[in-house]
Design a protein around this ligand. Structure first.
Ligand SMILES: Nc1ncnc2c1ncn2[C@@H]1O[C@H](COP(=O)(O)OP(=O)(O)OP(=O)(O)O)[C@@H](O)[C@H]1O
Length: 310
């Protein structure tokens, strides 16, 4: 399957010389959701703006639907939907007027009422933009981004400011668009959102992609954790030789970080069974996306520090 979005060695330098994107490469195939994660200032929005065609790259190559989104903007724009971090619509227009105005700029828009219902704003059609809550504005931004039946959808932090129920509604809408074959490039600070929606993701740090793959592949870069407690008394525990880092605190709580969860757990359970030892509060957890994310944030910004797992 050909890539719908292809980004190769993308660089973006701002006036003044600061290079916000320093050689990012990734591709997204049709019907896939690719999430760009990263610390504040990592370069996600700077990347997205170039892929959306809103800014020119200072280096590298970007193709959306086989075309350059900046120089071929007239051909690409009608086929994409963009939800920016801030919509910036006239404050005195109502929701219905704003959506109708936007629909007027599109060749084959969905019915406005249908889209406002999709994002749960059908009961707010007569309300002016300035009267909307932050979460409602976000939902209007999303409605306008999908109004033109886009083949490719760019979502820059789409659920920031939404309450938990609205976030779930947004996820359901995004999933239904993916089922219809829409390709989505998403940035988010919510790791659960990436876990929920992303087929693949990249973690950016200081302008570079430092992890890329499925959620499972990115998480697998971090060790799993086994924890348990030993009954107090009886002196220091004589534990088996477990693969991985072992920490035993004064209260008898044991934490094992291991890259080989199953063999480590098997060794531990056999050891405990043979000695009749009770492993209280035993828990085995694979690493989380949060752990992988925090590990990236902790790493030094060494040149050529790229780990591609896909
Ligand atoms: N117009 C600009 N001129 C100069 N530097 C800029 C400009 N816009 C952004 N930057 C800088 O580029 C870097 C990347 O910013 P960007 O907004 O792309 O990051 P981000 O990953 O989207 O961050 P956040 O998660 O905070 O939204 C930051 O250091 C930012 O200060």
């Amino acid at each position: 399957m050909g890539a719908v979005i292809e980004v190769t060695d993308l660089r973006r330098q701002y006036a003044g010389g600061f290079e916000a994107v320093r050689g990012a490469t990734f591709s997204v195939v049709r019907g896939e959701l690719f999430a760009l994660l990263g610390t504040n200032g990592a370069g996600k929005t700077s990347t997205l703006e170039v892929v959306e065609g809103l800014a020119r790259p200072s280096g590298g190559r970007v193709r959306v639907l086989g075309r350059d989104p900046h120089t071929d903007r007239a051909a690409v724009r009608p086929r994409i939907g963009v939800m920016l971090q801030q919509g910036g619509f006239p404050a005195d227009l109502t929701v219905a007027e704003t959506a109708a105005m936007w629909a007027g700029t599109l060749t084959s828009p969905r019915p406005v009422g249908e889209v406002l219902e999709l994002v749960g704003l059908n009961h707010r059609v007569g309300v002016t933009i300035k009267q909307l809550s932050g979460g409602e504005r976000r939902r209007l931004d999303l409605a306008l981004a999908v109004l033109g039946r886009p083949e490719v959808l760019f979502l820059d932090e789409p659920t920031t400011g939404l309450d938990p129920e609205s976030r779930r509604d947004t996820w359901a809408l995004v999933r239904s668009l993916l089922d219809d074959g829409v390709t989505v490039l998403l940035t988010t600070h919510y790791l659960d959102e990436a876990e929920e929606l992303a087929d693949r993701l990249a973690i950016m740090h200081r302008g570079r992609i430092v992890r890329e793959g499925t959620v499972a592949e990115v998480v697998a870069t971090q060790p799993a954790t086994v924890t348990f407690e030993l009954a107090p008394g009886g002196g220091p525990p004589r534990l088996p030789d477990l693969a991985g880092a072992l920490v035993v605190d004064d209260g008898g709580k044991v934490v094992v970080h291991t890259d080989t969860l199953q063999p480590t757990l098997t060794t531990l359970l056999v050891w405990a069974a043979e000695r009749g030892v009770l492993l209280e509060q035993l828990a085995a957890r694979p690493a989380s996306l949060e752990q992988a994310f925090l590990a990236v944030a902790d790493e030094a910004d060494a040149p050529n520090q790229t780990e591609v797992l896909a």
